[in-house]
Design a binder for this molecule. Structure first.
Ligand code: DP6
Length: 326
């Protein structure tokens, strides 16, 4: 095989209805469906070069070698791509994120979506969007949602074949902005992969799962009808349910910082004052504050005034994962 290279770009996504817990942790088949929006201004850009001269895979993220477990995760992923393409050549992978990694802004989602696209293309595989979403899912569950564009639903399925994400509305369907209040840039102690394994130890997880289809329906309809009030209620409920499961797992997972709560309380007050705004929080302390495009400058300004908010990033509805420099 000759040296083959490709570069891909993918956006992280923010889940409005969350993925928390697996039916099959190896294949990352989730216990419930989830729904998200890709975040336009944030991205991972990844280049994969299969090179017959290499004696092992190499990985650089932001110009540095990441921790051993991240390297292993990428090796395993590349092994699967090599298995699909039926060759054994090692690869050099270089990836850049334009946002802080490991602090609740899903770098693994954009990272594995970009890696899946670049690696499969460089390996000569021509995967359609569904196959690419299934491939990205094996690297990181939520990465399957960074493959299609705009507003995206992950159909949980039962097995590798049936678990993938689809776009339910294009990026220009609704101008929602995600104002991300960064209250910590530290790498979180317990990552999502370990967290998913703890989910079923919470007595609340079964109730969360049993009600998931209802929340998905409400959220999907709120998005399709651009109904912010209905959207806000279901998004905050879903985030609170996931964090209730985290807090009641054994051992308990506690991701919030004092400033996290300050932001949550402020958002609730602002909504009571008539501003279309709501919060959602992933496996980290940073708060995703969702509002409409016309309200986002004012919301950004308010967030910047809260003590403990280090910076505010912004993400608008983003497109699908794509190849660049072809
Ligand atoms: C809280 O997709 O990051 O962000 O498959 O282990 O990589 P792995 O987990 P990951 O889990 C995401 C958890 C979440 C909620 C969500 O994005 O749906």
């Amino acid at each position: 095989m000759k040296t083959k290279q490709a570069t891909a770009l993918a956006h992280p996504n923010i889940a409005f209805i969350k993925y928390w817990g697996d039916k099959d942790p190896d294949l990352r088949i989730p216990v419930n469906g989830s729904l998200s929006m890709n975040l336009d201004c944030l991205y991972s850009q990844t280049t994969v070069e299969f090179d017959p001269e290499l004696e092992s895979d190499g990985l650089l993220i932001g110009g540095r070698q990441p921790a051993e477990n991240a390297i292993q995760r990428v090796n395993q992923f590349l092994d699967y791509v090599r298995h699909l393409a039926d060759f054994s050549t090692f690869a050099k992978v270089t990836s850049e994120n334009n946002f802080p990694t490991g602090s609740g802004i899903a770098s693994s989602a954009s990272g594995f979506a970009a890696l899946g696209l670049a690696a499969s293309f460089a390996a000569g595989l021509e995967l359609d969007q569904r196959a690419l979403s299934r491939l990205a899912r094996r690297g990181s569950g939520s990465a399957c949602r960074s493959v299609p564009g705009g507003f995206v639903q992950w159909l949980p399925g039962e097995d590798d074949e049936s678990s993938y994400a689809i776009s339910i509305a294009a990026h220009d369907h609704w101008e929602l902005h995600d104002c991300i209040a960064v209250v910590s840039k530290e790498h979180k102690e317990t990552g999502s992969t370990a967290g998913h394994l703890l989910a079923e130890s919470s007595p609340l997880q079964n109730a969360r799962i049993a009600d998931a289809e209802r929340r998905l329906d409400l959220c999907r309809h709120a998005i399709l009808n651009r109904d912010f009030q209905a959207f806000a209620e279901i998004v905050e409920l879903d985030s609170n349910l996931m964090h209730a499961v985290m807090l009641t797992s054994e051992p308990q997972l506690y991701y919030w910082q004092p400033a996290t709560l300050d932001v949550m309380q402020s958002v609730i007050e602002w909504r009571a004052d008539g501003i279309p705004v709501c919060f959602t929080i992933d496996a980290g302390p940073n708060v995703h504050v969702i509002t409409t495009g016309d309200n986002s400058p004012a919301v950004m300004e308010k967030l910047n005034r809260i003590p403990g908010v280090l910076e505010v990033l912004i993400g608008q509805p983003g497109r699908e994962a794509r190849l660049i420099n072809r």
